[in-house]
Structures are given as C-alpha cells and as structure tokens.
Design a protein around this ligand. Structure first.
Ligand SMILES: Cc1cc2nc3c(=O)[nH]c(=O)nc-3n(C[C@H](O)[C@H](O)[C@H](O)COP(=O)(O)OP(=O)(O)OC[C@H]3O[C@@H](n4cnc5c(N)ncnc54)[C@H](O)[C@@H]3O)c2cc1C
Length: 423
C-alpha cells in the first residue's frame, strides 16, 4: 500500500481476507459519523480521506435536536455542548427594515424534542467525531483519493492510485462531487446562482455593533439573507451572508465576487450592513445542491451524507442529515447483529435495504423544502410584504413546521412523520 496513513494502514486485499468489515470513503462529518457508529456496534471500519489531514474548512454549524439526540446516543453530547453555544432563540427579521418577523424559543424546543438546538464551530464538531473515532479504534487513513469502485460476490472495492480496498461494504461519504454517485445517477450538482460568504471573528470585534450574543438571528431580504450567531461559548461570532449573483444568472464564469456581495446588501438595514465588513472576502462558497434520488444503494456500495443528498443550506440540515444517515444504517446493522450471526454472518443486504427504504424519502423532503424555504426568504416587492405578513401571523408556539424535522429520526418508513400543511 503506497498511501500514507496517519494512524495504521493494512492492505485490505493482499491476501483476499477482509481486514475490515466496512470501508468509508471520505472523512468529513458524514464519513466519520458512519465510522464511529458502525465501530460502536462492533464492526472494524477503515476511513479513506483524500486530504493530507482530517479537518473541516468553514465556520459555524447549526445542529438541531434530530442531530443532538443522536450525538447523545453516541455519548458525545456533553463534549459538543461544552464546545458549542445553546442559543435562546432563532429570530427571523426583515433584512430591509430590520423588524422582527417571527421566532423559535429554543428552550421550548429542547423541552419539546428532548434534545437541544446547538451552534458549534464546524471544526469543533468534526474534532469531536475524529477523537471519538480514534478512541473507538477506527483505522483512519489520509492521502487516499478514491477514483473508482468495483464489486462482485458480496464484496465491494474502492480503487485508488495506491491500490484497492475491499470489504463487505463500502460507504461513499465523499461529498457533493461524489465519485460513487454516478453508479446510481447521471445527475450533476445544481447551481442555485446563490453564493455564501462566511466570517467567524473574535467576539470583541462585534462588541460595538449591538449584536445578539444569545440568539441565532436570520435577516431575510430581497435575493439575499444574513445569519449571525455566537460560537465557542460566546468567544467568537459567526456570520453568513448569502445572495443571488447577477453574474451567475448571466452565465458568467467569474461569479460571486466581493463587488457582488457589496451590491447585493446595499439596500439592507444598518444592522446587516454593519456586519458585512467582518466577512472573509478572499473566499466564497457557490451554492449547489443535488436533485433528490430515490436509490442510494447499489449492491454493497451505499451513498451517505452530501454524496446522497447535498442540500441548499436554508434548513441547516446538511450535516444533520449526514449524521442521521450514519445512525440509521448503524441501527439496522445492530438489528442484524442482534439476530445472532456476528459480523461475519451479518446480512448486509437486509441492513442496506432497510437504510435505503427510509432515508431517501426523508432527505427528498428536506431537499425540496430547503429550496422552497430559500425562495420564501428571498422574496422581492409585494411577495416580500406577503411573506412578512405570513411570518408575523405565525403563533410563535406553533411547531408544526419543524415537528417533522426535529422529532426522532425514523428508522422505518412508517415512523416518518407527516409533513406540515403549507401556508
Ligand atoms: C454555507 C453553508 C452553511 C451550512 N450550514 C449548515 C448548518 O448550519 N447545519 C447543517 O447541518 N449543515 C449545514 N451545511 C451543510 C453541511 O456543511 C454539509 O451538508 C456537510 O458538511 C456534508 O458532510 P459530508 O461529510 O457528507 O460531506 P463533506 O463535508 O463534503 O465531506 C466529504 C469528505 O470526503 C473527502 N473526499 C471527497 N472525495 C473523495 C475521494 N474521491 N476520495 C477520498 N476522500 C474524498 C473530502 O475531502 C471530505 O473530507 C452548510 C453548508 C454550507 C455550504
């Protein structure tokens, strides 16, 4: 094996004996979550990550109760709580006049769903999962870029420049540009023409701005929105500025540039404009998602996380869904193990079928609702006024719009909750 391993590396295919039960491709939040969950069930797991080091780029993440409940199940919630912030409210405001439209009381949310709504630096969440994987004995291998897949006789192989990794199952958690996804679909990532700027800065830099250090605040505006929340016990402050790029709409290659950022927010309220100079201006994230697909499993290869269901981020459920995927598959594996055959006799086909029966439909709902939610946020003119009216008239204790998301993760299709009735 020529690939460099940070921990230990075993050539999985040299003597034809599986050294591990599962190979996970991709060491992002989704890949590590799968590795941890399956290792906790007693399986031997290897993660192949193409980067030289495990890590996450970016700023904050919101994680809703349907994720923190699972982190608790895995024994990680105390550590995650200690690194994150429990905001008091999600407050939605109009980005033009700054007025409040509606809010979610997050203490109520924790009481209702039995798990907290947290915000955390993404590298902190990734770090929690990475440390847990190390403690559990996951084989973590870096510098391995998987380029293709093969499978036969109930075993799957991930192919890379340094060789091949064969196991009873390969989980492809390799993100929105997944190499495995073409095995299941010929779709491409879909551009929304929206772009995100991020910025996480020391809290001292926002002291004079009068921002809330207790809430997640979302300003929704014409073809733009702006999100603010504290991170790391209030030591840092996170902002995300998102807007539609006219250059993207015009088909230009060079889209999402800082001049477009300034222009997009020129007519927003003072509070939003005050935060903009703190955004990182040397990098930006073009917003793509994927069409929902009904099938994520082919033979012994399964998609998971963004490779299966990259969303637009408006419901803050991308990483959350990745963690739910890992939980659901591992619980079905556990059910098979409990049937008594042990890891070697594990009925993978049954476990993968159970996973594939429930997750694609849930994630289809999230993907399509995220698109619609984004449209609602970004209304212009009369539609913006209508949107404000609808949001202001919402009873702040009405949870019908989030019950289907924040409740317990469905393990079977009959557990999937019904969705809300659109306003
Ligand atoms: C602006 C923005 C804000 C967001 N906010 C939230 C939020 O608040 N809450 C939330 O839940 N989600 C949020 N998301 C979504 C979330 O970030 C993603 O859904 C999540 O990180 C996906 O995790 P993943 O592990 O599936 O994929 P990725 O994070 O893309 O990880 C894939 C990993 O696979 C590796 N890899 C790729 N190809 C290969 C290969 N061929 N071989 C080996 N390794 C490979 C990559 O290097 C990477 O480490 C947001 C996204 C954006 C853009």
């Amino acid at each position: 094996m020529t690939a460099h391993s940070t921990e230990k590396a075993v050539d999985n295919a040299v003597d034809g004996v599986d050294a591990v039960d599962v190979v996970v491709v991709g060491g992002g939040i989704g890949g590590l979550a799968n590795a941890l969950a399956l290792t906790q069930k007693g399986l031997r797991v290897r993660v192949l990550e193409r980067a030289a080091e495990f890590g996450e780029v970016g700023a904050g993440l919101q994680i809703a109760p349907n994720c923190t409940r699972i982190l608790d199940h895995w024994g990680l919630l105390d550590e995650v709580r200690s690194l994150g912030v429990l905001p008091e409210n999600i407050v939605m405001k109009d980005a033009v006049d700054g007025s409040e439209l509606t809010r979610l009381d997050l203490k109520d949310v924790e009481a209702r769903y039995g798990a907290p709504y947290l915000v955390i630096h993404r590298s902190d969440l990734h770090g929690v999962l990475l440390r847990a994987c190390r403690r559990a004995g996951v084989d973590l291998v870096t510098d391995v870029a998987v380029t293709g897949y093969e499978q036969e006789d109930g075993r799957a192989t991930a192919i890379h420049a340094g060789g091949r990794e064969t196991a009873p199952v390969v989980i492809a958690a390799d993100g929105i540009h997944s190499v495995a996804r073409p095995l299941l679909s010929d779709d491409e990532p879909v551009s929304s023409s929206y772009v995100a700027y991020r910025g996480a800065v020391p809290a001292t830099q926002v002291e004079a701005l009068g921002v809330s250090m207790r809430d997640v605040v979302v300003y929704v505006g014409p073809k733009c929105h702006f999100v603010q929340y504290p991170l790391r016990s209030g030591e840092m402050f996170n902002q995300v500025a998102v807007f539609e790029s006219p250059k993207a709409r015009a088909g230009e290659e060079d889209w999402g540039t800082p001049d477009e950022l300034d222009h997009a927010f020129a007519d927003t309220c003072e509070e939003v404009r005050a935060g903009l100079p703190l955004m990182w201006r040397d990098r930006w994230w073009r917003m793509f998602d994927r069409e929902p697909i009904p099938t994520w499993v082919t033979g012994r290869i399964a998609l998971s996380g963004d490779s299966a269901h990259a969303p637009l981020q408006y419901l803050a459920q991308g990483a959350v869904m990745a963690i739910e995927d890992a939980y659901v598959l591992s619980e079905h594996v556990a059910a098979q193990l409990a049937a008594g055959m042990g890891a070697d006799g594990l009925d993978w086909d049954a476990a993968l079928a159970a996973y594939g029966a429930v997750r694609p439909e849930h994630c289809r709902r999230v993907l399509t609702t995220a698109r619609a939610w984004g449209e609602l946020w970004h209304h212009v003119g009369d539609e913006r006024l209508w949107r404000n009216e609808v949001m202001r008239s919402r009873d702040v204790h009405d949870y019908s719009f989030v019950d289907w998301l924040y409740g317990p993760t469905a393990l079977t299709p009959d557990e999937e909750p019904t969705m809300f009735a659109p306003a």
